[in-house]
Write a protein that binds this ligand. Structure first.
Ligand code: MG
Length: 277
């Protein structure tokens, strides 16, 4: 229910935690401008239920733009593209290979990627991230996409030498995958900007040179399957992120390198690598 409205036309109020800066007309809801710049969600007309739905949509979307703060986990899938499994001489997995990165591994543009201690082979992996909107567990594949709130373009930075050591010795991958700065991410991408996440170009350049250029059609386990599979083990919560694996072309970056990555013509990001000390 809408329980609040501005005192007068043009004043500011709060709806479900969102600051509505300007409310020009209560009855017709001509235009509402939100603090997070979602002015087009409200158009002239509609009944109060529509308005409530739209406010719920906006509230949810506003929360998800803050996925780095509200999400509790990053679930990541290894070897989800055949070509990448092959380039590292790994077998094609029969079921998803899952690891976790903590949310302290996030960085955003303007922050630099750091080498973890004792790493001299730092690799880039560009990935499509799925941001969970509606939480749940034991989610069916049929219902899975209803739980997607949006997307993010991400890098699953990997200390390949530490990972090789861990694999050889049967150790977990935490030090190789989950240190601070190992998950550079873009801004949140609204769900409706990506009607078909199963056909997106994913590319990555290092110092202007193309290194990875794949497509999400090549995923071994598609997004609905991954959501359903993971939700049998983990309760998925609003703001959690699922990293869906990387196409082939992974390789090393060195201090001072500049990484650029993109998701079709929807989003691009740029990060630099800090000194290895
Ligand atoms: Mg990866």
């Amino acid at each position: 229910m809408i329980r609040t409205k501005p005192d007068r036309v043009g004043s500011t109020c709060h709806l479900q935690g969102i600051e509505v800066r300007e409310w020009n007309e209560w009855r017709e809801c001509v235009f509402v401008y939100l603090a997070n710049d979602l002015p087009t969600l409200w158009q002239k007309g509609g009944n109060s239920q529509n308005h409530t739905d739209r406010i719920n949509m906006a509230a949810s979307s506003s929360n998800l733009a803050r996925f780095r703060e509200i999400g509790k986990k990053i679930l990541a899938i290894g070897r989800n593209y055949k070509s990448h499994a092959a380039e590292l001489n790994n077998p094609i997995p029969q079921k998803p290979l899952v690891f976790i990165k903590p949310t302290t591994s996030y960085i955003i543009e303007g922050q630099r990627i750091r080498f973890p201690p004792d790493c001299s082979e730092l690799h880039h992996e560009v990935e499509l991230g799925v941001v969970i909107g509606k939480g749940g567990n034991n989610i069916s594949e049929e219902d899975a996409m209803e739980h997607v709130g949006g997307y993010v373009l991400a890098l699953d930075m990997t200390a390949r030498d530490l990972q090789s050591f861990a694999k050889k010795n049967g150790h977990p991958w935490a030090l190789a995958k989950s240190w601070d700065t190992s998950c550079p991410v873009s801004n949140f991408i609204e769900k409706d900007k990506i009607p078909n996440p199963g056909n997106l170009n994913l590319w990555l350049k290092v110092n202007g040179e193309m290194k990875q250029n794949g497509n999400t059609t090549d995923m071994i386990f598609p997004i609905p399957f991954l959501i359903s599979f993971l939700s049998k083990y983990f309760t998925l919560e609003e703001g959690d992120v699922l990293l869906t694996g990387t196409p082939s072309g992974v390789g090393p970056v060195n201090e001072g390198d500049e990484i650029q990555a993109g998701l079709s013509d929807i989003m691009s990001i740029k990060f630099s690598v800090a000194e290895n000390k």
